[in-house]
Design a protein. Structure first.
Length: 54
């Protein structure tokens, strides 16, 4: 209950963004391979940012 209004850290935000991009890439992989590859590339860039914070 007390954590309800807790702000997310930068790591948590990047992790959520990474998961979202991978999910979009997976969905697009059946219909548009080029867009899927683009989303995968974006996810890799996010993971690099996440590693820099660690």
């Amino acid at each position: 209950m007390f954590g309800l209004f807790k702000k997310k850290s930068e790591k948590e935000k990047l992790q959520l963004q990474y998961e979202k991009l991978l999910k979009e890439a997976h969905t697009l992989s059946t219909s548009n391979r080029k867009m899927s590859d683009q989303k995968t590339f974006e996810a890799e860039e996010v993971i690099k940012q996440l590693e820099k914070l660690s």
